[in-house]
Design a protein around this ligand. Structure first.
Ligand SMILES: [Zn+2]
Length: 256
């Protein structure tokens, strides 16, 4: 990333840490989205704790969450939920096009996704109906922290299935049985007629006091608590100055 693009960003960005305004001259382009997050009132990553069993997770859900979880599972009893290892470009293209019809995807969405895959950080989940994939969800796993993208599916064709809830709850269920994942980050995104992130509350995201750091060199991400910790990228070792509250660095909420 050319450093010239990064200049002047801190002037408007809401993430002034101890490094303060002297860094304001360094970053620009990428932090424009941080200002968006801030203006939407989303200040913390929506982290879902999966360091427990599925029954334990379910027991912690609010009444509404329990209702949606059971209902979506019941409505999709004929679906098979599956982990897929290999990135299928045709499938990605098809579902990106479907989803783009509902929410505009960033122009570099596919490119960024493929890069993440090539670095070994992409996880793929699908729901199959009679052998045919009807929903696709990507997740970026960086160590024990995983940033989830929304499940892609045809909202018109599967309106009565509660397929979105099904995919999110299955993702959590699968993660509770995966000892390598501690936190799922549900990110955030506006939904028409709802306050930002409101529908995600049913999955019981919590504020654990973490912020998320993203390496601008390689794209690796990790949660941290104190501003003075983890100044070097855990993946490539480069200095990482910038942090943000919500993990939507590559996929700005305004474009979900
Ligand atoms: Zn890095």
């Amino acid at each position: 990333m050319p450093s010239s693009n990064l200049r002047e960003t801190l002037k408007t960005a809401p993430f002034i840490g101890p490094l303060g305004k002297s860094l304001a001259r360094v970053y620009r382009k990428n932090m424009r989205t941080a200002a968006d997050w801030w203006s939407q009132g989303i200040r913390y990553p929506a982290l879902v704790d999966v360091r427990m069993s599925w029954p334990e997770y379910e027991a912690r859900l609010a009444k509404e969450g329990k209702y949606y979880s059971r209902r979506s599972f019941r409505l999709n009893l004929d679906c098979e939920y599956d982990i897929v290892e290999k990135l299928d470009m045709a499938l990605l293209g098809r579902f990106a096009a479907i989803w783009d019809g509902f929410y505009r995807l960033p122009p570099d969405f596919i490119e960024t996704l493929v890069e993440t895959y090539q670095r070994g950080w992409l996880r793929i989940r699908v729901a199959r109906l009679q052998g045919e994939i009807i929903s696709l969800q990507y997740m970026e796993q960086y160590g024990s922290y995983a940033l989830c993208l929304p499940p892609f599916y045809d909202k018109d064709a599967h309106r009565l299935r509660s397929l979105g809830s099904y995919m999110w709850f299955k993702l959590v269920q699968q993660a509770t049985s995966d000892p390598t994942i501690d936190f799922l980050d549900f990110g955030g995104g506006p939904v028409v007629n709802m306050p930002p992130d409101a529908y995600k509350l049913r999955y019981n995201p919590q504020d654990f006091g973490y912020r998320i750091k993203t390496c601008l060199t390689c794209g690796y991400m990790w949660p941290f608590m104190r501003l003075n910790e983890a100044l070097r990228c855990k993946n490539c070792g480069k200095r990482v100055w910038v942090w943000h509250y919500a993990a939507r660095f590559k996929y700005p909420a305004s474009e979900w």
